[in-house]
Design a protein around this ligand. Structure first.
Ligand code: WT7
Length: 657
């Protein structure tokens, strides 16, 4: 390639015309999956295909039936089978003689390092499982986990799995108020948290903050507190130090064989109402598909590779590709506690060099941040260990894809763009890296065994036109229900096109090669930096502020974060609020939900555009916020509202510009 003398920008610009990127021969030759026949075979006999994948796990008792789909949408996978997730993720690797293999290269924010081997996990998971039992926690009891990215989070999750107590992990960036809500919804019996959490050189007093709100959650009988930063932590009657509970516990805890459909975890995610949805995942099918996808999509060679998923363990990406997938496969991973720009903006690349990371998985928003910071940061480090790159969380724009491929991957690493959801549990649409050429901007094709289609309002295939993304066939790691909300489960996912067709909630288009191009959400869910938020949840937080009469929240396109939150706010008594009130409202939302949900922009509105039946027309608000021509306003109760709002936005832009 004649690239000499060209700037990086020019080189990337020239690549924009290249439709697809074939895997390099050296990669293709050694890939885990190389046989194109796999798609057809899986398509003809999906149950046979998945049962082959399930055979990679250790079962205490083999299943009688691969799939029971007699009462859609309630699927049962590997019916009658028994296994234990923690045995599969830990014990069997130790028994195979791999106890010395590093499970996690843990890296703390201030540069601390800890290698946790499979033998270490085996020891700690057994002890903590017994500590849970000592406190009366058993099969079916929900255990909340609110921890930063420290090794104890994996120990806690695996210990729960060992005794059949479903965990309910809450992302560390959520506020204690959100933790409380999620503990109440799930009637958690215990909570595992931490004294304090570090972020960019500061320490936040987590235990104190949790205490401030959690006092009246009566279902919680025990709070385990990990001593992590040494910051003062008030300890009350139901509180116990994690390390003391471990010391007091019996060292041996044999893994209990559990039913394949035993609940493994609940993970709350945002939906179209203010109440988050408790996605329920179970044991055998989930582990089968996360282990399978982790192996084939990332081309994993457990003896040689070092895998790093930069997500937080509090999201599904962390559940499936920091904890369960990699550990089920006996892989070595990196777990990093800190931020990507602390102490400096090259920390990620320092870590890649230090641990010789071979497989790296991150989100488009992070890649865009790196682009902004400049190629000089990755260029400071030797990234030649990398051999594959992954992306997840939102559509990756071709420019970011190309930068990732060229600057981070040195033009030699296949990039896999992986489409999936909290609900799907594991990767569903992507490219098999040794065999399928990615097209920047497209996630790729459904994986073997997965059937997806794009349909119109009537459920008819749209050909290559944009439409609703649907999944046509059950898959092993699918959500089984919404915790304690069965009707909502049916209504949200299985009612639009029939009880056996899963409605994803994304718009998409399929091209002539069968590649899927994901457009984005079609419901009232916003995707900020790959984090899923509900407009209704943010609205409800805003109106709980005493000055706010009404609020309408929308997602608007954002160069850095994909989407950002804009809130139209009507004050009680009318009029505009001060800059100080903007700050107050943002802080209020941070308290209620978490900093990630703070509106980037607040627009004072005397009134909001509503239909005659009183429904807020968000489409119009989106048009206004993004400066588009206004769509049809004739159905509005009061069409004048829009011109007032428009004037206000213009005035504001005048001031800012
Ligand atoms: C929504 C699911 C899966 C873990 C992270 C997010 C969007 C996710 C992609 C991708 C285009 C994507 C979709 C999806 N999304 N991955 N590769 N390309 N869009 O999980 O919070 O459950 O969000 O994220 O809109 O529905 P989640």
């Amino acid at each position: 390639m004649a690239t000499e003398g060209q700037t990086l920008e020019q080189q990337l610009g020239a690549l924009l015309d290249q439709e697809r990127f074939e895997p390099p021969d050296e990669f293709a030759e050694q890939a885990v999956v190389t046989d194109p026949g796999i798609f057809e075979r899986a398509d003809q006999d999906p149950e046979g295909f998945w049962s082959e994948q399930a055979d990679a796990l250790h079962w205490n008792q083999r299943w009688d039936e691969v799939l029971d789909w007699s009462e859609p949408p309630f699927a049962k996978w590997f019916v009658g089978g028994k296994l234990n997730v923690s045995y599969n993720c830990v014990d069997r690797h130790v028994e195979a003689g791999n106890g010395d293999r590093v499970a996690f290269h843990w890296r703390g924010e201030e540069g601390e390092e800890r290698d946790i081997t499979y033998a270490d996990l085996h020891r700690d998971v057994q002890r903590f499982a017994n500590a849970l039992k000592d406190r009366g926690i058993g099969p079916g009891d929900v255990v909340g986990i609110f921890l930063p990215m420290i090794p104890e989070v994996a120990v806690a999750m695996l210990a729960c799995a060992r005794i059949g107590a479903p965990h309910n992990v809450v992302f560390g960036g959520f506020s204690p108020q959100s933790v409380k809500e999620r503990m109440e919804f799930s009637e958690a019996k215990a909570l595992i948290t931490v004294d304090g959490a570090r972020r960019k050189g500061k320490t936040a007093p987590i235990k104190q903050a949790v205490d401030d709100v959690m006092g009246d959650v009566d279902s919680i009988e025990t709070v385990f507190v990990v001593k992590s930063t040494g910051i003062d932590a008030p300890m009350g009657e139901r509180d116990v130090w994690f390390h003391e509970a471990m010391e007091a516990a019996d060292p041996e805890c044999p893994a209990e064989p559990l039913d394949a459909e035993h609940p493994l975890y609940i993970l709350y995610t945002s939906g179209s109402t203010a109440k988050p949805k408790g996605i329920l995942h179970t044991t055998g099918g989930y582990l089968t598909q996360v282990a399978y996808t982790h192996r084939v999509v990332f081309d994993l060679k457990p003896e040689e590779d070092v895998f790093w998923c930069s997500a937080d363990v509090g999201w599904v990406t962390g559940h499936s590709y920091i904890v369960y997938g990699p550990l089920a496969n006996g892989a070595t991973s990196v777990m990093y506690e800190g931020a990507p720009d602390y102490p400096d903006k090259d920390i990620w690349w320092e870590i890649v060099e230090r641990y010789k990371v071979t497989l790296f998985y991150t989100a488009p928003t992070a890649i865009r941040a790196c682009i902004k910071w400049g190629a000089e940061y990755p260029e400071r480090h030797d990234l030649s260990s990398l051999r594959l790159l992954g992306s997840v969380g939102e559509p990756i724009n071709p420019k970011a894809w190309l930068w990732y491929w060229k600057v981070i991957g040195g033009e030699r690493c296949p990039v896999v763009d992986t489409w999936w959801q909290t609900e799907t549990g594991a990767i569903m649409i992507t490219t098999l890296p040794g065999m399928q050429a990615p097209k920047p901007g497209s996630a790729g094709t459904p994986l073997p065994g997965i059937e997806a289609s794009v349909v119109d309002d009537e459920g008819e295939d749209t050909g290559t036109e944009q439409g609703f993304l649907t999944l046509r066939r059950p898959w092993p790691s699918m959500l089984r229900t919404l915790y304690k909300e069965e009707d909502r489960f049916i209504e949200t996912y299985w009612s639009k096109f029939g009880e056996d067709v899963y409605t994803v909630g994304d718009a998409a288009r399929r091209d002539d090669d069968g590649y899927f191009w994901i457009i984005g959400r079609i419901d009232d869910v916003i995707n900020v930096s790959g984090h899923r938020l509900s407009t209704a949840e943010v609205e409800s937080a805003l109106v709980s502020h005493e000055r706010v009469a009404e609020a309408a929240v929308i997602g608007q396109a954002d160069e850095d974060t994909g989407q950002s939150i804009a809130a139209f706010v009507t004050l009680s008594g009318g009029g505009d609020g001060s800059d100080e009130l903007v700050g107050d409202l943002r802080e209020h939302v941070a308290q209620r939900i978490g900093k990630l949900a703070r509106p980037k922009r607040i627009i004072w509105a005397d009134d909001l555009p509503k239909t005659r039946s009183g429904k807020i027309m968000r489409r119009l608000l989106r048009d206004i916020a993004e400066g588009r021509e206004l769509g049809d306003v004739t159905t509005l109760r009061d069409p004048d509202v829009m011109s007032q709002l428009n004037d206000k936005i213009k005035e504001r832009q005048g001031q800012e510009g």
